[in-house]
Write a protein that binds this ligand. Structure first.
Ligand SMILES: Cc1cc2nc3c(=O)[nH]c(=O)nc-3n(C[C@H](O)[C@H](O)[C@H](O)COP(=O)(O)OP(=O)(O)OC[C@H]3O[C@@H](n4cnc5c(N)ncnc54)[C@H](O)[C@@H]3O)c2cc1C
Ligand code: SF4
Length: 331
């Protein structure tokens, strides 16, 4: 076992101060990803800053009708909160589609956003991997990549972002609130995760020493409905092969508002702007929904073994949008 320091932070300021200028420091949330990666030797922090005692575990109503979700709110508590189930059902459904009951009881909102890819080579320190060891190569491109990216990948990395929650947050226009050595800032969830480009070692735009303090949800627009659906190899306890989060408002048979995001397809939750353009103002029909999905997924560049994910994502998107457009369909 590699020795590491442990500090239980008692305030946000203390946590941020302790991490400042220490590239070997990691914040510890529920530990369900970080501790696993430490056991595998993928993460070797010199200092663990336990943030679980900070007062960031509340879900608060905002004056504008939105919600402020503390970074330490557990996944199970967030999924069960009445305000989330009623106003942002896609978020509750995404959380419940992730991991297992036991894991959701301990996993935090901040940690969930920053969980690392499940690419097999990333998790095996005997293998090269540009994300874990920059410059060593990407064996997944020619190797095992059935689960990996079809959109936005690069020669350097074809990994996918694994969080279900992040996909729903991207469709819901949520923002990440950060506190770091240079103060506080806010980043839209859609800009928080990165595409790999030539620096796949960076999953997100978070800066060294920054702590996620909360996620902010804008008010749910009146008349909109939202939904999350995930396709995976097993009915539970499996990461998404493809998933869809959608927010839709239909009035008089016409799409008035649409927000769509795909999961399991890229290095970040994939906000489907081209699909949304097709949807806005169009008749709420299956034909429109199929055209919208095709407009987005036309850009897909599948690898040797994962072309099936494009069809899967298309069918999920059409099904979810058709369900949201049907007034009596509440599944
Ligand atoms: C068997 C298994 C199956 C799973 N299936 C799914 C699934 O289907 N879908 C899904 O979405 N997830 C799944 N997960 C992943 C699970 O959701 C994540 O492990 C969990 O959400 C991470 O949260 P945590 O609080 O435990 O994070 P931690 O492990 O504590 O931290 C993860 C990362 O975030 C950093 N961090 C934590 N909190 C903060 C903060 N406030 N500010 C800045 N950095 C922070 C840590 O330093 C670390 O780098 C699965 C996990 C397992 C083990
Ligand atoms: S896809 Fe990314 S994470 Fe997987 S081996 Fe390639 S560089 Fe590493």
């Amino acid at each position: 076992m590699k020795p590491f320091g442990y500090l239980r932070a008692t305030s946000v300021e203390e946590a941020v101060r302790a991490a400042a200028g220490q590239p070997g420091a990691r914040f510890l949330g529920g530990g369900t990803n970080l501790v696993d990666l430490m056991k595998l030797g993928v993460e070797t922090p010199q200092l663990l800053i336990d943030v679980t005692r900070l007062p960031l575990d509340r879900i608060e109503e905002l004056p504008d009708g939105g919600l402020r979700i503390g970074a330490l709110v557990r996944n199970s508590d967030l999924a069960a909160a009445a305000a989330v189930r009623v106003r942002y059902p896609a978020l509750s459904q995404a959380l419940l589609a992730g991991a297992s009951g036991q894991l959701r009881n301990i996993a935090t909102t901040g940690g969930n956003l920053l969980q690392r890819t499940r690419c097999l080579y990333f998790q095996d320190i005997s293998k090269p991997c540009n994300k874990r060891a920059p410059g060593t190569g990407c064996p997944a491109r020619e190797g095992v990549h059935r689960d990996l990216a079809v959109l936005g990948h690069s020669d350097h990395c074809v990994a996918t972002q694994p969080s279900d929650m992040a996909v729903a947050l991207a469709a819901l226009d949520a923002e990440v609130l950060l506190h770091g050595p240079d103060g506080e800032r806010t980043v839209p969830v859609t800009d928080f995760h990165r595409l790999p480009g030539d620096s796949p070692e960076r999953d997100t735009e978070i800066r060294p020493g920054e702590l996620i303090t909360a996620v902010r949800l804008p008010p749910a627009a009146p008349g909109t409905r939202s939904r999350y659906r995930k396709a995976r190899d097993r009915a539970s306890y499996a990461f998404a092969l493809a998933s869809v989060a959608a927010v839709l408002e239909v009035r008089d048979g016409t799409v008035r508002h649409a927000a769509l995001a795909f999961g399991g397809l890229a290095h970040r939750p994939w906000r489907a702007r081209a699909a949304e353009e097709v949807l806005h103002g169009a008749p709420a029909t299956e034909d429109t929904f199929a055209r919208a999905a095709d407009a987005e997924l036309g850009a897909a560049r599948p690898l040797r073994d994962n072309g099936f994910k494009v069809t899967l994502a298309r069918n999920l998107a059409v099904g979810v949008l058709a369900g949201l457009a049907a007034p009596d369909d509440d599944h």
